[in-house]
Design a binder for this molecule. Structure first.
Ligand SMILES: Cc1cc2nc3c(=O)[nH]c(=O)nc-3n(C[C@H](O)[C@H](O)[C@H](O)COP(=O)(O)OP(=O)(O)OC[C@H]3O[C@@H](n4cnc5c(N)ncnc54)[C@H](O)[C@@H]3O)c2cc1C
Ligand SMILES: Cc1ncc(C[n+]2csc(CCOP(=O)(O)OP(=O)(O)O)c2C)c(N)n1
Ligand SMILES: [Mg+2]
Length: 582
């Protein structure tokens, strides 16, 4: 039987090595669903509850495996729902292919039902967005869309009108030679130029206080980073998506940077004379050192991103591990070890503080306690996904990353709600690994229906909901950044443990810090999907590594202008500070 357009699409995806597609059916993609039904042995279709999750899952699948992530949504609303997850992929540089349907080809543009021009809608998010015109067109377009997404670490989009999906004819234009494209990706072992390497070595060898700032582009360069750090006597500071680039027990790292970062990292950057950027586009410019005083070398795979955030003297365009290996023989051992030693001392002080915050016995329970107790119990191969919110602070600081783990969240889009879909995708990609979502109640409740997806596919994911009945990050921003009383940030309470049971999973509730560790242990050992509803203090502030006078003044102003619960807020901050000074 002649193959339909949709059959050729799915065959082409098989040729590209696609093994899983996340999506939700609709009449605008029934032809594609039928083609997927016929190829169930080659491609697994994961049926989600919301297309936004499908796109987050495709992004996470790409982040955690390094392979192309694929998602599918129907015409009109299905495609529109995909958008947020696709922007997450675009902004965190992940290769994702989105496939959408359209109305009948001869009704497009007539205001008929679901007549949304998704090629136009997707033109900003996608590096490549094309509408398929028939069976002789689909292979050409799909090959190009996959190759573009992978090559540019970005989004490719294919839109197919519903009737075109089901056509099977071999009619083609005279110029469209059959089989003229292929599912082939060329590979390059791009090396930095010799001249650049020598110049980079000169910049670094002439420094005394060198910092290496790393990001997710260095996740596969752990060993190389540690060897270079040893030679240069340089602390490794980590941008959040690069949290797993070096484990937190490495003697070279000072941990994260930025508002969620560590004091040791901030001080190292404030005091350095050389900066080596490796696979990072860390966006908070105010945390970089003074550009007038510091000479900088950058390693990045994308030449367009060299010098984006800091005036760079030498750019090395290559994979991080490749560039570091090439640079290493040219580097001299830095004899000034004091800078690294001071960073190490500050880092161990910081970890003591994190432990102190993470083992407090106050009631209501502090969110840091949940993070710390979880971090201690995570498997060496755990994959931890987080959401946007104060939850990201506890994740960044109080869950130290171990060698071999993967940690991520929606980085540059900084979206809420991705944590659960990310975790489902991780578990699909790695059935044997421990996959954990560490999320806030606001972010979790946005897409919590996907817990039913985990139950449906018997995915033993563990979801830790840090429940403060608040959009806490916004509450603190309104007060500390803007000096305004908090407004519109309260959430009405939900029993997430009962919700877990309603979906067919297991639910736990923790309120008492004393038994927090034990319950987390039990939950992690459960064979099936679990939600732990951890009730925490809504007044616990996510303090920056160093509090500025401006921030303190704004907070005082917000309290004076009538923040609800201002006494509780002030007392919580004051008691935190007193404890830490003592
Ligand atoms: C609530 C919230 C708060 C946040 N606060 C902070 C914070 O305080 N601190 C913080 O750091 N982040 C924070 N973030 C995340 C932040 O917005 C950025 O997403 C993050 O800092 C970027 O990390 P990155 O530089 O590793 O990733 P990217 O910005 O994605 O940069 C990665 C770079 O690596 C390059 N690359 C990719 N592959 C390779 C390779 N193989 N070899 C070489 N180069 C490669 C890419 O071209 C790119 O330039 C926060 C996010 C949220 C949601
Ligand atoms: C989709 C989306 N909507 C709004 C925001 C703005 N925002 C960032 S964090 C946050 C609050 C998150 O609340 P919750 O998940 O409960 O975490 P908490 O801050 O309480 O730890 C909001 C509303 C966002 N980042 N993404
Ligand atoms: Mg919350």
């Amino acid at each position: 039987m002649a193959r339909t357009t949709a059959d050729i699409l799915v065959d082409t995806l098989v040729d590209w090595g696609v093994q899983v597609i996340f999506g939700l059916p609709g009449d605008g993609i029934n032809g594609i669903m039928e083609a997927l039904r016929k190829r169930q042995k080659e491609i697994r279709f994961i049926h989600v509850r919301h297309e936004e999750s499908a796109a987050f899952m495709a992004c996470a699948y790409a982040k955690y495996t390094g392979k192309l992530g694929v998602c599918l949504g129907t015409s009109g609303p299905g495609g529109i729902h995909l958008l947020n997850g696709l922007y997450d992929a675009k902004m965190d540089h992940q290769p994702v292919l989105a496939i959408t349907g359209h109305t009948f080809h001869d009704l497009i543009g007539t205001h008929t039902q679901q007549d949304v021009d998704l090629d136009k809608v997707f033109s900003d998010v996608a590096a490549y967005s094309e509408r398929v015109m028939g069976p002789a067109h689909v292979r050409n377009v799909t090959d190009f869309a996959c190759r573009t997404a992978i090559s540019y670490h970005s989004v490719g989009h294919i839109n197919i009108p519903k009737d075109i999906q089901e056509i099977s004819s071999d009619e083609r234009s005279a110029r469209n030679v059959k089989n003229h494209t292929s599912a082939i990706l060329g590979h390059s072992s791009r090396m930095p130029g010799e001249n650049e390497l020598h110049r980079a070595a000169e910049v670094l060898n002439s420094g005394k206080r060198i910092v290496i700032l790393v990001g997710q582009g260095a996740l596969r360069a752990t060993n190389e980073l540690e060897v270079v750090a040893e030679k240069l006597g340089a602390p490794i500071v980590k941008a959040l998506l690069g949290k797993a680039a070096v484990p937190d027990d490495s003697p070279y790292t000072t941990g994260g940077i930025g508002l969620l970062g560590t004091k040791a990292s901030q001080e190292a950057l404030e005091d350095c004379d050389r900066l080596l950027l490796v696979g990072t586009s860390f966006p908070y410019l105010e945390f970089y050192p003074n550009p007038q005083e510091v000479r900088c070398v950058q390693i990045d795979i994308n030449p367009a991103l060299i010098g984006l955030r800091f005036p760079v003297e030498v750019g090395l365009i290559a994979d991080s591990a490749v560039a570091l290996r090439a640079l290493l023989p040219l580097l001299e051992r830095n004899r000034h070890r004091k800078f690294l030693e001071r960073a190490q001392k500050e880092t161990s002080k910081w970890w003591k503080l994190m432990e102190e915050r993470g083992t407090r016995e106050d009631k209501p329970m502090k969110p840091q306690v949940v993070a710390w107790q979880l971090g201690k119990r995570l498997a060496d191969n755990a994959i931890v996904s987080c959401d946007s919110g104060t939850i990201a602070t506890w994740f960044a600081r109080h869950i130290p990353v171990k060698r071999g783990q993967k940690h991520s969240l929606s980085g540059t889009l900084a979206s809420m709600a991705n944590g659960l879909p990310y975790t489902i995708a991780a578990q699909i990609a790695y059935p044997e690994r421990q996959c954990v979502a560490f999320v806030g109640d606001g972010g979790f409740s946005m897409l919590m229906a996907e817990f039913a997806t985990a139950v449906k596919y018997r995915l033993p994911i563990k979801v830790i909901v840090v429940n403060n009945n608040t959009l806490a990050m916004i509450k603190w921003e309104q007060m500390v950044m803007d000096g305004n009383p908090e407004f519109g940030t309260e959430l009405s309470p939900v029993d997430y443990a009962a919700f877990a049971r309603a979906c067919g999973g297991k639910g736990y509730r923790i309120e008492d810090p004393e038994i927090c560790g034990g319950i987390l242990e039990e939950a992690l050992n459960e064979p099936g999907p679990v939600i732990v509803d951890a009730i925490v203090d809504p007044f616990e502030p996510p303090m920056p590594p160093k509090v500025s006078a401006g921030q303190a003044a704004k907070l005082a102003e917000a309290l004076a202008r009538g923040t609800p619960n201002r006494l509780r807020t002030a007392l919580t901050i004051a008691s935190d500070e007193v404890r830490e000074v003592i």
